[in-house]
Design a protein around this ligand. Structure first.
Ligand SMILES: Cc1cc2nc3c(=O)[nH]c(=O)nc-3n(C[C@H](O)[C@H](O)[C@H](O)COP(=O)(O)O)c2cc1C
Length: 171
């Protein structure tokens, strides 16, 4: 699993004073129409039951440079619950859930459905509000390290399909 690189997000829910959030890489765009994503959350995570109670959550895709936020919300800094929201600039989104400034995107979801899968629950969220930055680079987690995504590849580089060497038919 360490070899599967993933974009790092903070999944957050709850109202000011009783917010919960966690670092999550198990986030996936599901359908464009209707705009739906899924997130996989451990049943022991503090945000888990609050997502169900609140029936809404935000997915805040972190930008390169926001590693400190990922660290705090992963529990590695020993900070829990509402105190995590002292790291980063958080406000209240249109649906009442916490949203993070300077993220690559903030997507607010209404909880459509959820399904238990061993230790985790897969939450299906209908995206009802959001903002996105066209400037920020994504933060990736790979083999235990945070990596800021670099510049896009040159669109002309390395896109030619490999050609068979002359004189070889492949048969
Ligand atoms: C890069 C990274 C990705 C993670 N992805 C997930 C995830 O997708 N789902 C999940 O339940 N926990 C994930 N975790 C673990 C949670 O962030 C961590 O257990 C957190 O402390 C849970 O919040 P809690 O302490 O409030 O329960 C991830 C941790 C890291 C460092």
């Amino acid at each position: 699993m360490r070899n599967v690189a993933g974009q790092v997000s903070i999944v957050a829910t709850g109202a000011p004073g009783h917010r919960r959030g966690l670092t999550a890489s198990a986030v996936c765009s599901l359908t464009d129409e209707p705009p739906t994503l899924l997130v996989c959350i451990n049943r022991n995570a503090a945000a888990h039951d609050l997502i169900i109670a609140h029936r809404a959550f935000s997915v805040n895709a972190l930008a390169a440079g926001q590693e400190a936020i990922a660290h705090v919300f992963s529990g590695m800094a020993g900070i829990t619950g509402e105190q995590r929201f002292a790291t980063g600039t958080w406000s209240v989104g249109a649906t009442g859930v916490p949203v993070l400034a300077a993220a690559v995107c903030q997507l607010e979801c209404r909880l459509d459905d959820y399904k238990e899968a061993s230790s985790h629950t897969v939450f299906f969220g209908h995206v009802v509000a959001g903002t996105a930055s066209t400037e920020a680079s994504a933060l990736i987690y790979h083999r235990g390290s945070y990596i800021g995504l670099g510049e896009p590849c040159d669109e002309n580089a390395d896109v030619e399909p490999p050609r068979a060497a002359s004189g070889t038919s492949g048969k």
